[in-house]
Unconditional design. Structure first.
Length: 331
């Protein structure tokens, strides 16, 4: 029994020895392996440092190249901006040249048309110049159609009776226009009928300012002017003399009528002479002109009737008061 126990112990020790030897080998291998690791790490560090230096060098090269590209980009941007400015200047200059060329074409066309118009005007200029010279000569003499045109103020006294309204009103308007044309610029105008009634009541006892618009307003108002008339210019003449006489003003009265139906010729002449006289030198204060319309002569086929009385009255008044009597011809 004892011999058997010893066998078992011998076997157990051998197994332990083997195990210990195995572990010892493993430990020895580990020790050997660890001894060479610092050398490998040092080599890796050196390699990493070399790589890092190479990378830094390459990075510097890249940065330098980027900076160079940025400088080239700025230079190109400046060149592009300069080229754009130059293009804009060229476009502006081109637009100016185009506009000038277009204006020159228009100017040439206008000049051509004007030259043609001047050529046509030149053909009719001689006759018109002759008329203008004659008219200027009359203006220099301050007489047109025998009527002095030195007045600064004009008063129209118009017969508004039925015969004038019916048969002579268009000629009245035309005569007023023609009379105003020989006075291109005056200080004032007034319009009364043969009874002394005003065309514009708002200008009663006042002068109507002489303007182109004012003259046209007078013509337009005449077309619808209906006022009672007794076919005698006495009242209108006396009203005008009493209201507007002035030693400091050159005033003319124009009487438009076709007859003198009531009243005495002699009494009218004397009354006008009494009132229309200057206290300074006994000359007429207001110049009196008259225009006789041949209404009765045309309507009656040659009879004068009261038209002859108007002609006699106004010729005497015009002669005594520095004016002119005009009898219109039969149309």
């Amino acid at each position: 029994m004892r011999r058997r126990r010893r066998e078992n112990e011998t076997t157990s020790l051998s197994f332990l020895d083997c195990i210990c030897c195995g572990f010892g080998g493993i430990i020895l291998l580990l020790v050997i392996t660890k001894m060479f690791e610092p050398v490998r790490l040092s080599e890796n560090i050196e390699q990493s440092q070399d790589s890092l230096a190479l990378i830094e060098t390459q990075l510097e090269d890249v940065i330098s190249e980027v900076q160079s590209l940025q400088a080239e980009s700025e230079e190109l941007s400046n060149i592009i901006t300069s080229q754009e400015d130059e293009v804009e200047r060229v476009n502006i200059r081109f637009a100016q040249i185009s506009s000038t060329f277009s204006d020159n074409q228009v100017t040439a066309r206008i000049l051509s048309e004007t030259a043609g118009q001047l050529a046509q005007a030149k053909q009719s200029l001689s006759n018109e110049m002759q008329d203008l010279l004659e008219r200027q000569e009359l203006m220099d003499n301050k007489v047109i159609g025998g009527i002095p045109v030195d007045s600064e103020y004009i008063i129209f006294i118009i017969d508004t009776s039925g015969s004038m309204r019916r048969y002579a009103w268009d000629r009245v308007e035309r005569q007023i226009r023609e009379t105003l044309e020989i006075y291109p610029q005056i200080q004032g105008i007034q319009v009364l009928n043969d009874m002394g009634d005003y065309l514009f009541r708002s200008y009663r006892n006042e002068w109507i300012p002489d303007t182109p618009g004012g003259r046209e307003s007078i013509i337009n108002a005449l077309r619808n002017w209906n006022s009672f008339s007794n076919s005698s210019p006495q009242e209108g003449i006396l009203a005008a003399v009493n209201t507007f006489n002035d030693n400091e003003k050159n005033i003319s009265i124009f009487v438009y009528s076709d007859d003198f139906a009531t009243g005495s010729i002699n009494s009218v002449v004397q009354e006008v002479a009494r009132r229309n006289v200057s206290s300074q030198d006994a000359t007429p204060l207001v110049r009196i002109h008259a225009v006789a319309f041949p209404v009765y002569y045309e309507v009656t086929g040659g009879e004068l009737l009261t038209a002859a009385r108007f002609a006699i009255l106004m010729r005497e008044l015009c002669q005594r008061n520095g004016g002119t009597f005009v009898a219109l011809p039969v149309i």
